[in-house]
Design a protein around this ligand. Structure first.
Ligand code: ADE
Length: 234
């Protein structure tokens, strides 16, 4: 997959790209390219944002600046671009990222991520340049960069070469293999610690029954709903 990230902070992604599972995917033919929006602004002094019409706090990313940056990079009108390529604006009010959306994006040959800063984007960017507006949760980050990394991380770990065992992606939390439920509990050595044992079935070597037990625990967790720390969350 070919990923372009439009950001004011391209250096943030240097660390991200050097992480093992990301580097593995990049080595297997995928790419991440960062475009510094400020390098493409038609305005003087590197201006990229402005005060909101109607007043209020913060600064808003300008539509003309993003138009210019996308047009220079792709050599076409961004209104047309979004018809042939996923152009995803990261914003707290967007479609919530979940496993189904991650799967959908992982099928794409390419995607563009737009990272806003400050108060976010001029609405016309979302209306006319973005094919999708995606949120990583109903809270506000100081910019789209961390959200873009969340999207990239979740998508890239589904791509060939990311993880040692491809099975771990098939049967993981919220996957169709687990009926969309959270993953079952995991245990490893020691089999007993401070008097806390592990379920006997996992030590039985009986793979079919272990599989059934895991599906049942996963469904149980799904029915219980999201849990906090106490009792485990998987
Ligand atoms: N930008 C700021 N907050 C965000 C969020 N929660 N999700 C996506 N992009 C964001």
């Amino acid at each position: 997959m070919n990923i372009d990230i439009f950001t004011l902070f391209p250096e943030w992604f240097e660390w991200f790209g050097s992480q093992r599972h990301v580097a593995n995917v990049l080595g297997a033919g995928s790419s991440i390219q960062c475009v510094n929006i400020r390098d493409h602004t038609p305005l003087t002094g590197g201006q990229v944002d402005d005060t909101p019409f109607g007043g209020g706090a913060g600064m808003v990313m300008r539509v003309d600046v993003l138009d210019h940056a996308l047009r220079e990079h792709y050599g076409e009108d961004p209104v047309q671009l979004r018809a042939r390529r996923r152009v995803i604006a990261l914003a707290p009010g967007g479609r919530l990222l979940d496993d189904a959306l991650v799967d959908e994006l992982a099928q794409e040959p390419s995607m563009t991520l737009l990272c806003g800063r400050y108060e976010g984007f001029d609405e016309r960017i979302l209306e006319h340049f973005a094919s999708d507006v995606v949120s990583v949760g109903r809270y506000v980050l100081s910019g789209g960069e961390l959200a873009a990394m969340v999207v990239c991380d979740a998508v890239m770990r589904k791509l060939p070469g990311a993880l040692g065992h491809s099975h771990s992606v098939v049967e993981e939390s919220f996957s169709p293999a687990l009926g969309g439920h959270p993953e079952y509990p995991h245990y490893t050595r020691p089999a007993e610690y401070r008097g806390w044992g592990v379920p006997e079935i996992l030590l039985s070597g009986h793979h079919e029954r272990i599989g059934e037990w895991r599906l049942a625990r996963s469904a149980e967790r799904g029915e219980r709903g999201p849990s906090g720390a106490a009792g485990g969350a998987g």
